[in-house]
Ligand binder design. Structure first.
Ligand SMILES: *[C@@H]1O[C@H](CO)[C@@H](O)[C@H](O)[C@H]1NC(C)=O
Ligand SMILES: *[C@@H]1O[C@H](CO)[C@@H](O)[C@H](O)[C@H]1NC(C)=O
Length: 407
């Protein structure tokens, strides 16, 4: 049923609600970050976080070499992390596309040509976004791919899993290409801390809806988990992130040894926190798609389409791990009362808040066990898939596993 779900009317409201709610649950924050570390193993190792980060930093080095003004600016961030970059180099020249690349403004549909131009040898070998994704239209492409490549035949990577998130407005990096705008990087800057913004924007008021049940928020989160997951840096392969160190080591070490640190400073008089620092890692960087400005992008680990990724997955590895490969059925486990539950996830022990063996479930999205309401929806859709697959099997005895699963 991948690809057949329709957007319910209330979706945008519920999404907003879920986002607000999920950003307000302070007690869950550290646990959620742990879960984000368990991203989907890529089908092709060139799409690993480590490789994509490597390509991004290679491109960044090339950019800096080609832009001496910018290089000076970034060097000053390293050696004087508290300096205001504007004081050091003046206004940083806006970065433009590298020679040979088609001029493009990030965010315009024309900016990502299907035919990719070739960069350096290393780029050519390692940059998966330069792979030629051929989208054949024949009997073998009757069903959409699990990773959504070739959903758009002219732009094979549009909305595909493990590609950069699309920007709706231009990036505003401190150095134009990579460094976050920050009070930590510019003490004399005019920016409030992220925490101050959060306190001001997220008022804590209770307003119980007379129109919507709690299910609306849950469905919003369920849908959000169909659409986006941005992995944290250092996330892959269960490597323990050095996030805690972001609050304990000197800022001057961030750029060299802990380049993904971006700890949040807490202002004095904060309504909730007495601590002065919250450990925080940036999202893992990915290079730009060919033809776009070579700035730091963030990854969407899932397909960007409302296509039930949270049920079926966004990579072949995950999708296959959830299938029985018999009669189109998805794997299940048996609950205490004999009921059909989500299958157990042996590879993902962090995917459960309570740490109980019982709740290490596997589903299309790794966050399925974040809270019980969400897990219930995952279970509901799993059962629905198997219910329909069995009915279809009854009508079409000649259909094989693949056809029953896909339809
Ligand atoms: C997407 O899926 C196709 C077909 O299964 C596969 O050939 C390709 O390598 C996948 N791409 C990524 C980014 O994993
Ligand atoms: C509570 O929600 C209702 C309905 O959405 C809205 O009209 C009202 O302004 C809200 N009240 C507060 C105090 O936020």
């Amino acid at each position: 049923m991948k690809g057949v779900s329709r957007c319910p009317k209330a979706l945008s409201n519920s999404l907003v609600l879920a986002l607000i709610i999920s950003s307000c649950c302070a007690t869950l924050i550290s646990e959620r970050h742990r879960i984000h570390n368990s991203v989907n193993e890529p089908d092709d190792p060139r799409f690993s976080l480590a490789n994509l980060a490597r390509i991004f930093y290679l491109q960044l080095d090339q950019t800096l070499d080609a832009t001496p003004n910018l290089k000076t600016a970034v060097a000053s961030l390293v050696t004087q992390p508290d300096a205001d970059i504007m004081d050091v180099v003046g206004t940083v020249a806006p970065f433009t596309a590298s020679p040979g690349a088609p001029a493009a403004i990030a965010g315009t549909p024309e900016a990502a040509p299907a035919q990719l131009s070739i960069g350096s040898i290393e780029d050519k070998l390692l940059n998966p976004y330069r792979l030629d994704q051929r989208c054949s239209v024949d009997s073998s492409s009757e069903f959409r791919r699990i990773n959504a490549t070739c959903n758009n035949i002219k732009n094979p990577y549009r909305g595909a899993a493990k590609t950069p998130l699309r920007r709706l407005s231009r990036a505003r990096y401190e150095d134009g290409v990579n460094a976050p705008r920050s009070t930590f990087f510019r003490t004399k800057g005019d920016l409030p801390t992220a925490r101050a913004v959060s306190v001001a924007v997220h008022e804590t008021t209770s307003n119980i809806s007379r129109q919507h049940s709690h299910l609306m928020m849950n469905f919003g989160q369920f849908t959000d988990h169909d659409l986006t997951l941005s992995p944290e840096a250092f996330g892959e392969g269960g490597v323990e992130s050095p996030k805690e160190q972001c609050c304990t080591v000197a800022k001057s070490l961030w750029v060299d040894n802990l380049k993904e640190c971006f700890a949040l400073q807490i202002d004095a008089g904060d309504p909730s926190f007495t601590r002065t620092c919250i450990p925080f890692l940036r999202s893992s960087p990915v290079p730009a798609l060919p033809g776009r400005r070579k700035i730091r992008f963030q990854m969407n680990d899932l397909t960007a389409y409302i296509d039930a990724s949270q049920i079926y997955g966004s990579t072949n590895i995950r999708a296959n791990s959830l299938r029985q490969f018999t009669d189109g059925l998805l794997k299940t486990s048996t609950g205490v009362g004999g009921e059909e539950r989500l299958p157990m996830d042996s590879k993902n022990p962090a995917n459960c808040f309570s740490g109980e063996e019982e709740c290490r479930f596997a589903a299309g999205d790794v966050r399925n066990s974040e809270q019980a309401g969400l897990t219930s929806l995952h279970t509901l859709f799993l059962r629905e898939h198997n219910r329909i697959a069995k009915i279809l099997k009854g009508f079409n005895s000649a259909w094989d596993d693949e056809k029953l699963y896909q339809v």
